[in-house]
Design a protein around this ligand. Structure first.
Ligand SMILES: C[S@@+](CC[C@H](N)C(=O)[O-])C[C@H]1O[C@@H](n2cnc3c(N)ncnc32)[C@H](O)[C@@H]1O
Length: 313
């Protein structure tokens, strides 16, 4: 399990973005790779550039484990990985103008039109790049999917924040597993590089600490599952729903399974409704640690106010 020391869990941090100097124990320029796969490129870059600190985002647990083993075997101290959607991670975990370079190698191209919104390089992503990259900072995309690289070029150019070069076909060695795979099948490989000129303003969605709600009323006579299961709210930038309830044998704790979305970022989590010496309390349950977004907060507050209304009725 030694490789696990490379995996960081930003949901546990008291505030975001984290102070990366604290994470790495020093101040160094930050480089981010999104979708690092088996981690060979990230490991090699980190070993070749000890003067930089590297943060990788990946969704696949298998990839996280493979990459972590490589970092551990190489004894690297300047790399960390986060299991998180890189679009969300880049926006929420980095302050404006704090990243030297963002690298993406062979992102899933999602070629079908109906899957277009799943593509990594969307409008939100290019605005995030324009916010978090340092002045003169660099975005590098390598892919076999020319349409993807061209679409990325157009989206980057439309911000007016970048000088974009490419996509150009590149020759030479293979830096990643997917590069080897596509080259062995004779496919051309393309690279696009964008250098940041002007910054963009973005809004971040993770908020501060999650307050609990202490109820002013008794809930002993309230059928909590009946009142809150199915409770939902939908607003232009988010939504939540309470999916189901689990009641503890004594009846003085109910665990609610909830689902919330903020723009394109979704989270499953539990809300606990429990009784202690001072009365009833509604709070996030520690079994799951969601990012404290406005949708998560609204779910907790809505559960609390719905229960109070029913207790008073
Ligand atoms: C086609 S593979 C490429 C892997 C590696 N970069 C390479 O070139 O061999 C794409 C990788 O991106 C990861 N991925 C897809 N969407 C992602 C996202 N939104 N954030 C982070 N990783 C993502 C996938 O799990 C997968 O490992």
């Amino acid at each position: 399990m030694e490789f696990a020391k490379y995996l960081i869990e930003p949901r546990l941090f008291a505030g975001l973005p984290p102070d990366w100097r604290w994470v790495f124990g020093r101040e160094a320029p930050l480089v981010v790779e999104i979708g690092f796969g088996n981690g060979e490129f990230l490991a090699e870059e980190a070993a070749n550039h000890p003067e930089f600190d590297y943060v990788g985002f990946e969704l696949s647990l298998t990839c996280i484990e493979k990459a972590g083993r490589k970092f551990y075997a190489a004894g690297l101290g300047n790399v960390r990985m986060v299991r998180l959607d890189g679009r969300f991670g880049l926006r929420e975990l980095f302050a404006d103008e704090s990243v030297r370079e963002v690298i993406v190698n062979f992102p899933c191209p999602w070629p079908k039109a109906r899957h277009a919104e799943r593509r990594l390089v969307n409008e939100g992503f290019v605005r995030t790049l324009a916010a978090v990259l340092e002045p003169g900072g660099r975005f590098e995309l390598t892919t076999d999917a020319l349409f993807f690289a061209e679409e990325a070029r157009d989206k980057l150019a439309a911000t007016g924040c970048f000088e974009v070069q490419g996509p150009h076909e590149i020759q030479g060695g293979s830096r990643t597993r997917y590069e080897r795979k596509w080259r062995s099948r004779g496919r051309p490989i393309y690279r696009l590089v964008a250098e940041k000129g002007a910054p963009a303003k973005i809004e971040r969605i993770v908020e501060g600490r999650m307050p609990h709600v202490r109820l002013k009323t008794e809930l002993d006579k309230v059928d909590i599952p009946k009142v809150v299961v199915g409770l939902k709210e939908v607003w232009p930038r988010g939504a939540f729903v309470i999916k189901e309830a689990f009641v503890a044998p004594g009846g003085d704790e109910v665990l609610l399974r909830a689902f919330a979305t903020d723009e394109d970022f979704s989270q499953h989590f539990f809300i606990s409704v429990s009784k202690d010496r001072k009365g009833w309390i509604v709070q996030l349950d520690s079994a799951t640690v969601p990012f404290r977004t406005s949708a998560v907060k609204r779910a907790v507050f809505a559960v609390a106010s719905t229960l109070e209304k029913n207790a008073q009725a």
